[in-house]
Write a protein that binds this ligand. Structure first.
Ligand SMILES: Nc1ncnc2c1ncn2[C@@H]1O[C@H](COP(=O)(O)OP(=O)(O)OP(=O)(O)O)[C@@H](O)[C@H]1O
Length: 305
């Protein structure tokens, strides 16, 4: 029998007074995947993650976590929203020991050293959390979640405040977890992080799902992309670009054009420019394909309410 979905949400609605934070969403997360949750500010990401962590209860809809109704399997779920809850006056190690105590486990376990090492906090293990930067707190929050060996890890913007070394640690940990079968659901505003980490994404806009599926599908669905085009002869290129089939041009008065087209139309344009003795010095997407897809999907009028 197939493993149950790590998350199965149907028709989830959550309101705060008059604000509809989640508006009847369906949301599936396959087990063992790193699933990214993206969307503009206020889209409902944190609200959804909070429901997965049983920090709040949906007003309507059904939510199953690891094959059971939400709330029945708290042992298998860990993570944080709005930053990890930590004791500022305790050291990193003491925070983790306190957490072990709360879970009724041996506080002296070498596991604490292990998770601190995994997130790159060994050197500051005995420093008080009060003096920790945002990135260090995020990493300690991840270490705390790891201690409970979750089957579903839920993280709200875990890359916030991370320097490159911190990001490398966190990405390494999440990749390892997923390889071992743990499901990770995380929110992020960073498309590069999502591209590096996630196999699947869900895009929320004003409390609704506007895309859910593999990352590759998201890129493929967004055909036309803006590219910067710089040539050896902007004057001559201008007329050619304006007449090129399937190519739209922005700011044609500038020496560097922004052209929007499908790849075949861009290929044609480059060949035509070369034929006329005009060298193409730069032709590069203005934003990554993922970011372009995200903007296109979240700016559609029907995404609004
Ligand atoms: N406790 C609350 N009380 C009132 N309104 C809330 C509460 N929590 C969330 N909201 C509202 O619900 C909507 C969704 O908020 P949420 O924090 O889930 O969005 P988000 O996608 O995580 O945003 P961001 O990217 O800014 O973190 C927003 O309009 C927000 O103001």
């Amino acid at each position: 029998m197939d493993a149950p979905l790590a998350v199965r949400a149907r028709g989830i609605t959550k309101c705060f007074g008059d604000v509809v934070a989640l508006d009847g969403i369906d949301f599936d997360v396959a087990p063992g995947h790193i699933h990214g949750l993206v969307g503009p500010n206020g889209a409902g990401k944190t609200t959804l993650l909070g429901l997965l962590l049983s920090l709040a209860v949906a007003d309507e809809g059904s939510l199953e976590i690891l094959g059971a109704p939400v709330g029945r399997n708290l042992g298998g779920v860990a993570g944080f929203v709005d930053g990890p809850g930590l004791y500022p006056s305790l050291t990193a190690r003491q925070n983790l020991a306190a957490l072990m105590g709360l879970h009724g486990r041996d506080r002296k376990t070498p596991k604490i050293d292990g998770v601190l090492g995994e997130v790159g906090l060994t050197d500051v293990a005995d420093d008080r959390v009060r003096g920790f930067s945002l990135g260090m707190r995020q990493r300690l929050g991840l270490a705390a979640a790891l201690l409970t060996e979750p089957r579903l890890l839920v993280l709200d913007e875990p890359a916030n405040g991370l320097d490159p070394a911190g990001k490398k640690h966190v990405h390494g940990v999440l990749d390892r977890l997923a390889a071992e079968g743990t499901t990770v659901v995380l929110s992020s505003h960073r498309m590069d992080d999502l591209e590096a980490l996630c196999s699947e994404v869900t895009i929320l806009a004003t409390g609704r799902v506007v895309f859910t599926g593999p990352l590759g599908k998201l890129s493929a669905e967004n055909g036309e992309l803006d590219h910067r085009l710089r040539t050896s002869d902007p004057g001559k290129a201008r007329a050619l670009v304006a007449a090129a089939p399937g190519v739209r041009v922005a700011d044609p008065e500038a020496d560097v054009f922004v052209v929007r087209a499908l790849t075949p139309a861009l290929d044609e344009l480059v060949l035509r420019l070369a034929k006329d003795g005009i060298a193409v010095r730069e032709l590069a997407p203005v934003v990554s394909p993922l970011e372009a897809a995200f903007l296109a999907l979240t700016e559609q009028p029907e995404a609004g309410r």
